[in-house]
Design a protein around this ligand. Structure first.
Ligand code: NDP
Length: 271
């Protein structure tokens, strides 16, 4: 019998988190003895809370809003992807060092791959220029899409991200969502929080077509409002972000336990 591994997700608010359910299913299918809690940590208490958790025997933490930047600043060792994206969602201890990684981008790519979507040579439009857009761009770039356009309500934030991530052979474009696109995207990835905030969103008039595949990072039991809008505009291949949520969790689980868990979790059982 292996010793109990104590894991948790921290954030504020945290009640809504599906991570405890997902990791419990991973632990069951892997035959590992794991506890995984959701712990509310206020931003002002980040350092003392995380230090306390590691000191009291927690071996791994997921970090969610609004603490990702605090985690980035707290870690001693950052993965290449964390450094590139400026984002952290996974912490663990190695000796006296706190190590950090971000699994969001790889989780998204894994989910797209499982849906037979290869990013290579695709024209990709990312809607939104917040934390999740920043977290996924390095992983998307690795897959060599033919172009990435960042479309955001606040143009200056799209411009900032495009500048940060442009490579000599792949210049990212920034546009405002109030303007029509000058490309025909193969894949539109919605990273905005408009859906969870229950807000209307301006979209470029020509963003959806029959040939556009749509991926919404948000998820809900029913179809998300973004996917409904895409389908009403003729895009029929649409996915929500539940697969990404499961895949990014699986990558964290693997970092902590060295086991690849089964990811065939039923969405209805989770939501
Ligand atoms: P941020 O707050 O960092 O960014 C939000 C973005 O949404 C900004 O670009 C903002 O634009 C835009 N936005 C917000 N409201 C509107 C609106 N009404 N109209 C147009 N644009 C709007 O959030 P995150 O990037 O961290 O998270 C975004 C979403 O992604 C959340 O819903 C989260 O649940 C989901 N997510 C899902 C994951 C998964 O595993 N499936 C993983 C990570 C996130 P502006 O700059 O103009 O303010």
């Amino acid at each position: 019998m292996t010793a109990l591994k104590k894991l948790a997700v921290i954030g504020d608010p945290i009640d809504h988190s599906l991570s405890p359910k997902i990791h419990k299913l991973f632990a069951e299918s892997s035959g590992l003895d794991i506890s995984y809690e959701a712990i509310q940590v206020e931003k002002k208490d980040f350092v003392s809370a995380v230090t306390g958790l590691f000191d009291s025997g927690y071996e791994g933490l997921n970090v969610t809003l609004p603490l990702k930047e605090d985690a980035f600043n707290y870690a001693n060792e950052l993965s290449e992807e964390s450094k590139l994206s400026g984002s952290v969602n996974t912490l663990w201890k190695e000796g006296s060092f706190i190590c950090a990684d971000t699994t969001d981008g790889r989780g998204l790519v894994k989910d797209l791959t499982s849906k037979n979507i290869s990013l290579s040579n695709l024209e990709v439009v990312i809607l939104g220029a917040g934390g999740s857009a920043r977290a996924i761009i390095p992983s998307l770039l690795k897959e060599k899409p033919s172009s990435i356009t960042i479309a955001n309500r606040t143009f200056s934030k799209a411009e900032e991200l495009a500048k940060k991530f442009s490579l000599p052979d792949n210049q990212l474009k920034a546009v405002s969502t109030s303007q029509p696109l000058d490309c025909s995207p193969d894949l539109v990835i919605n990273t905005t929080s408009a859906g969870v905030l229950n807000q209307e969103m301006d979209l470029p008039s020509n963003i959806f077509s029959q040939d556009t595949c749509v991926y919404d990072l948000s998820y809900s039991r029913e179809e998300t409002s973004f996917i409904m809008r895409a389908k009403n505009s003729g895009s029929n291949v649409c996915y929500d972000g539940i697969g990404m949520l499961i895949q990014q969790a699986a990558l964290s689980f693997e970092i902590w336990t060295k086991h690849k868990p089964k990811t065939d979790i039923n969405k209805a059982a989770l939501l």
